[in-house]
Design a protein around this ligand. Structure first.
Ligand SMILES: [Zn+2]
Length: 485
């Protein structure tokens, strides 16, 4: 029986809040999550629901005032039988693509990408043609990187595909004759907008080559949007079937369905197959023997504003009623709270301001640390009271090579005019001091943080180092610091 949970339940409803938190924890613990999405996840991105007759459809209507076509007709394979309906379709798709191009991915898209980054996503399957998953970094089944060969029609590399585009991709076009596919360029888009289909460059090349050999020219196909219409087979259908079968065999431990009304026949089948695999994963181990299921394992979660139909009662375990973005954000929030260690690495991967600061702190190289230490020593000199104070750094340098670098903090005095000025100020100041007042707190290699020095000399041309190497003086002002006995 499906348990329904109101995402925006009042705080007082503690049992609902607890159940939602448990789902978040389950997401954090599962390792092989299958995500299935529909148009609902892209609504907040400003992409209109093109099946309803508003916005975009009204625009197309202006261009073709005499044509009566709406809803399903606009996406039915039969439209290609008629020249006018084909033109309407091209114009409509070009307008829709423009709209999608100006949209930005929603938190739900980023959530799916996070699952992938955390190595929890077995695969994402979407009905959407907007390609927003690719924009957040999930390689889609229409991506060129996902294809085994250089041609658009070649086989899919299952490992590369993170997001299976069940209904194709609006950002690509396909030849009606040779099936080669290409990215949808601005030129193609303009032609589609005027209701005309561009010629296929691949067919054209083949034909021209024949003409060059004085043979008869070949037929040239036209390009159409590479989206899958109703009553049309997916050109990559076989490959997608293979990916789905292998995903089921890998025993996914959670199924998350978001933003779909689960009405399309093909999708219903896919969801039912995955739900069965997920429920099975909770009761059998990899060897096939029954085991006691962990409470977070094997859940089927449906996140959608409207509840699922009664046919899903034994398939969907939880219906989270609400916006998918809100739920995705809540899961991430709960996950960070409950399992902060999962996010330690992520802090260096996600570059939002707060984490970046931590990242920068963590990634400071030893060299940079030494540089900062030297700088802080110079900056700690107080000239107002005539005394010179060097504050010891919090810890001693860690290795002999580094110690030598910082043995004299004036070693880089010639590196910049500003530093030279700083040093001459120090030198002037030192001149005024009584020897007894020249008490410097300094860190030496073999000593604790507070060693006192009292002898300063301003001209030592060559200094013999402990290692036996000869260090040449690199500055006009050279301050030698001898350790007090
Ligand atoms: Zn072609």
């Amino acid at each position: 029986m499906t348990i329904s949970l109101e995402l925006d339940a009042p705080v007082a409803e503690s049992s609902t809040r607890r159940a939602l938190t448990n789902i978040s924890l389950a997401v954090a613990k599962c390792k092989k999550i299958v995500v299935v999405t529909g148009a609902g996840i892209s609504c907040s991105c400003g992409i209109p629901d093109f099946r309803s007759s508003d916005g975009l459809y009204a625009l197309v209507k202006q261009q073709y005032p005499d044509v009566v076509m709406k809803g399903r007709d606009l996406f039915d394979a039969s439209l290609f039988r008629d020249k006018t309906s084909t033109s309407v379709f091209y114009t409509f798709v070009s307008q829709l693509k423009r709209c999608i191009d100006s949209a930005t991915p929603a938190p739900t898209h980023h959530f799916i990408k996070t699952l992938d980054t955390k190595q929890k996503l077995l695969r994402s399957y979407t009905q959407n043609i907007d390609g927003l998953e690719e924009r957040v970094g999930l390689c889609g089944s229409s991506c060129q990187e996902a294809k085994a060969g250089s041609k658009g029609k070649s086989k899919l590399k299952a490992k590369e595909v993170r997001n299976v585009q069940l209904h194709g991709d609006i950002h690509r076009v396909r030849c009606t004759l040779c099936s080669t596919n290409f990215p949808c360029t601005e030129d193609y888009l303009r032609m589609f907008n005027s209701g005309v289909a561009p010629d296929c460059p691949e067919c054209q090349l083949r034909s021209e080559a024949r003409v060059a050999r004085s043979a008869r020219p070949l037929r040239v196909g036209t390009l159409r949007p590479a989206i899958v219409l109703y009553d049309e087979a997916h050109p990559l259908g076989d490959d997608i079937g293979t990916i789905q079968t292998s995903d089921i065999a890998r025993r996914p431990d959670m199924l998350i369905i978001m933003g779909t009304s689960l009405k399309v026949h093909g999708l219903k089948r896919l969801v039912k197959d995955f739900a069965k695999a997920v429920h099975d994963s909770a009761v059998t181990s990899t060897t096939g023997t029954p085991k006691s299921a962990k409470s977070w394992q094997g859940k089927v979660i449906f996140v959608n504003k409207t509840p699922p139909g009664s046919e899903w009662a034994d398939i969907i375990d939880y219906h989270v009623a609400g916006e998918t973005d809100r739920w995705a954000e809540k899961v991430i929030e709960d996950w960070k709270k409950m399992r902060p260690s999962d996010w330690e690495v992520q802090q260096t991967l996600d570059t939002d301001g707060e984490f970046k600061a931590i990242k920068e702190h963590q990634l400071v190289t030893t060299k940079e640390k030494a540089k900062r230490r030297r700088k802080s020593l110079v900056e700690n000199i107080r000239l107002d009271d005539g005394a010179v104070h060097f504050k010891p750094p919090s810890s001693a340098p860690s290795s002999p090579t580094k110690r030598r670098q910082s043995a004299c903090h004036y070693s880089d005095v010639e590196s910049s005019p500003r530093k030279r000025r700083d040093v001459s100020r120090v030198a002037n100041c030192l001149d005024k001091l009584e020897m007894a007042d020249r008490r410097l707190l300094f860190v030496d290699a073999t000593n604790s943080a507070t060693i006192q020095f009292d002898e300063l000399s301003t001209e030592v041309p060559i200094k013999k180092r402990r290692s036996g190497s000869i260090a040449r003086p690199r500055a006009e002002v050279w301050v030698e610091i001898k350790k007090q006995q």
